[in-house]
Design a protein around this ligand. Structure first.
Ligand code: NAD
Length: 275
């Protein structure tokens, strides 16, 4: 009988990345490109970089000796076709990294199109990809899904309502997939970094000099993230936290929500003066 309170002892296994067929969305830049490099160094069998920016995807593929394919993750038909194409060419997809994402800032006043686009890229893309990859994985009785959410999905991202809300949804979907398919051979990890030094970083720090300084002071490198990912996958950990303090903040939030909100309000005033 499955346990409902999360106390069931989880027997940690050890996943070996060697010879694995790995598909990475948003692999043409930043965290995705670093994962492609790190997986290749660890002996992955095939690394396929799927990105809307096919030129940069090709550059990364050439560097790591992988393959590049065009994919707009918000297009369900193209997602299905890429998944089918990779499974046909390589016989399987062992590790599906749902990493493409966009950093939309603004409040509830952000235009509807911005909210919708962020929802489509940060959440629906994960629905589409898992919808079309899971049947093959379930049939095989094994498969690994890594979703790149964010610390914003566990905590919040000051100044970025669409990003925070959609990343919460991405965490919720990953959690649901882990609960639903874990007993059928599917492992799910959810990567939740705080700030990482990638082109996306500019999208988080645009408000004030204080905010930019704060964001930069917390940013780690993409290599740090890729190392944490490899370690997290090897240990089959659900939450992968390249910034360990995020786990601590998440626990504090659960322990005393009101106190956590008060602390975040203080942080908000210090990085966005006048608010
Ligand atoms: N950089 C950070 O501080 C940070 C922190 C936490 C989480 N994240 C998350 O990490 C992931 C990777 O971000 P990054 O920092 O490497 O950013 P990045 O901008 O360097 O890379 C994002 C990649 O996604 C691709 N992409 C965007 N829209 C796409 C679409 N519709 N279809 C296919 N590809 C698309 C881009 O072309 C780009 O190659 C994102 O999900 C992001 O939300 C980033």
């Amino acid at each position: 009988m499955p346990c409902h309170n999360g106390d069931e002892a989880h027997e940690r296994q050890s996943v070996d990345i060697r010879e694995k067929v790995i598909l990475i969305t948003g692999g043409a830049s930043g965290i995705g490109a670093a994962m492609a490099k790190r997986f290749t160094e660890s002996g992955a069998g095939a690394v396929i970089i799927a990105d809307i920016d096919i030129d940069r995807a090709q550059e990364v593929a050439t560097t790591v000796g992988g393959e590049a394919v065009h994919l707009d993750v918000t297009d369900e038909d193209e997602t299905r076709s890429v998944i089918e194409q990779v499974a046909r060419a390589h016989g399987t997809i062992d590790l599906l990294c749902l990493n493409a994402g966009i950093p939309t800032d603004g409040s509830v006043d952000a235009p509807n199109e911005d909210w919708q686009r962020t929802w489509d890229v940060n959440v629906m893309a994960h629905v589409y990809a898992t919808r079309h990859a899971l049947p093959g994985m379930l049939e095989k009785g094994s498969g690994y899904i890594l979703t790149t959410a964010s610390a914003a999905g566990l905590l919040t991202n000051i100044g970025a309502a669409p990003y925070s809300v959609t990343k919460h949804a991405a965490v919720a979907l990953a959690e649901w997939l882990a609960v639903t398919y874990g007993q059928r051979g599917i492992t799910v990890s959810c990567l939740c970094p705080m700030f990482v030094d990638t082109p996306m970083l500019a999208g988080f720090g645009g408000h004030t000099a204080e905010m930019q300084g704060w964001v930069k002071s917390l940013a780690i490198t993409t290599d740090d993230v890729a190392e944490a990912v490899l370690e997290g996958i090897t240990e089959e950990r659900f939450l992968i936290l390249p910034h360990p303090e995020v786990g601590e903040y998440f626990q504090r939030k659960a322990a005393d929500y009101d106190r956590w909100i008060a602390g975040m309000q203080t942080l908000q005033s210090s990085v966005v003066p006048g608010t």
